[in-house]
Design a protein around this ligand. Structure first.
Ligand SMILES: Nc1ncnc2c1ncn2[C@@H]1O[C@H](COP(=O)(O)OP(=O)(O)O)[C@@H](O)[C@H]1O
Ligand SMILES: [Mg+2]
Length: 355
């Protein structure tokens, strides 16, 4: 096998050593990303796609990011790879300040951070064989001969559970799940430390989703990879994530260990998203979210979720809720925790259903 852990990354005795390895691999603090949407020549509208977002990912950890379409998940993932300009805040990946990366440093950092998208054609060229697509970064970045690159391609393709000879085929000759495996093979070709999976399994049927998730899990353990796993579907994120962040209108409204967030959600938005997952064992009623996501160019004053929240109080229309600690781990930004019923870190379930 030619993709192996470098000796520096191999865990020595279980506990991480000193230096940058001892902190989080990814550290995102108060990050905002603003897009200027030109409507007319005179007026450009500002869209705060990501608003004061803070989270971290430990080495070897999978952090799941969920929320409706348009909530800012992809933009967050792209900001980590310096693919969108960051308005304010700081992003550190493997001890490096992403904003200050330029030229060679940026190219080197991008090799260690890869992305897997929902559409595998964004990494597999439909007009080339799979072997050519996977070999390309090896030839460009590692200077391998095409012969040596092909040897590595064969290993990579086998590593994702396919036959090496399949690499001579074109992307259209594969099923969706196989194509996603091949996109993953290309993503791990340059020994990355961190991979952003942006809706990587969202287009697949449930059993194929599970297979690809198992593959990602195996690769994470084998190569000590760290994942940001983005999906609009909470059911997908649950099993792969150690911790989860829930995004709404550019903000993270709740974070916590996956078990706690799914078992005892503290934010009404998380509760509503969870209630939409079909589960015959659940006794609580499905909560239907009224209306659409507000226009991110004109977010409501106060709490971003108040226009759709069945618990909304006066304070929610006036002030942005602070992040407060939740029993069982993580944080939530909701006035229910500090005003009104003052849950003080208790799960929302303790409140009963809204009237
Ligand atoms: N390149 C862009 N230019 C302008 N607006 C954008 C751009 N990319 C995303 N947006 C806007 O930012 C918001 C968040 O988008 P996105 O991060 O793609 O959300 P998600 O991945 O959660 O669906 C949306 O309102 C979207 O329209
Ligand atoms: Mg997206």
């Amino acid at each position: 096998m030619s993709v192996t852990k470098s000796s520096a990354e191999a865990p020595s005795s279980g506990s991480p050593g000193p230096g940058p390895e001892s902190g989080p691999l990814v550290d995102v603090r108060d990050v905002s990303v603003v897009f200027r949407k030109k409507r007319t020549l005179a007026a450009a509208r500002l869209v705060r796609a990501v608003n004061d977002v803070t989270f971290h990912i430990d080495p070897g950890e999978t952090f799941g990011l969920v929320g409706e379409s348009g909530s800012g998940k992809s933009t967050t993932g792209r900001a980590l790879l310096k693919l969108v300009p960051v308005e304010s805040g700081s992003i550190t990946v493997a001890g490096q300040d992403v904003a200050s990366l330029r030229g060679r440093g940026l190219r080197k950092a991008r090799r260690s951070m890869q992305m897997v998208f929902q559409d595998p054609y964004s990494s597999l060229d439909p007009s080339s064989t799979v072997a050519a697509s996977i070999a390309e970064p090896l030839i460009v970045h590692e200077g391998l001969s095409s012969r040596a690159a092909r040897g590595r391609v064969n290993d990579l393709v086998e590593m994702v559970g396919l036959r090496a000879s399949y690499a001579d085929r074109y992307p259209y000759e594969f099923s969706g799940g196989q194509r996603q495996r091949l996109a993953i093979a290309r993503a791990i070709a340059l020994h990355p430390r961190f991979i952003v999976c942006d809706e990587a399994v969202s287009a697949l049927d449930v059993s194929t989703q599970n297979q690809v998730i198992n593959l990602l899990e195996r690769l994470r353990a084998e190569f000590r990879l760290t994942y940001l796993f983005i999906a609009h579907d909470l059911a997908i994120v649950r099993h792969i994530s150690h911790r989860v962040g829930v995004m709404y209108l550019g903000r993270i409204v709740e974070t916590g260990p996956a078990e706690r967030v799914y078992g005892a959600p503290a934010h009404p938005y998380t509760q509503a998203l969870l209630s939409a997952i079909p589960d015959p064992r659940r006794r609580t009623e499905r909560i239907v979210l009224a209306g659409d996501l507000p226009d991110p160019a004109r977010p409501p004053r106060g709490c971003p979720f108040q226009t759709r929240c069945s618990f909304a109080m006066d304070v929610c229309t006036e002030r942005m809720p602070e992040h407060t600690a939740v029993e069982g781990g993580g944080e939530v930004a909701c006035h229910l925790q500090t005003s009104g019923p003052a849950l003080a870190g208790s799960p929302l379930n303790d409140l009963g259903s809204p009237s």
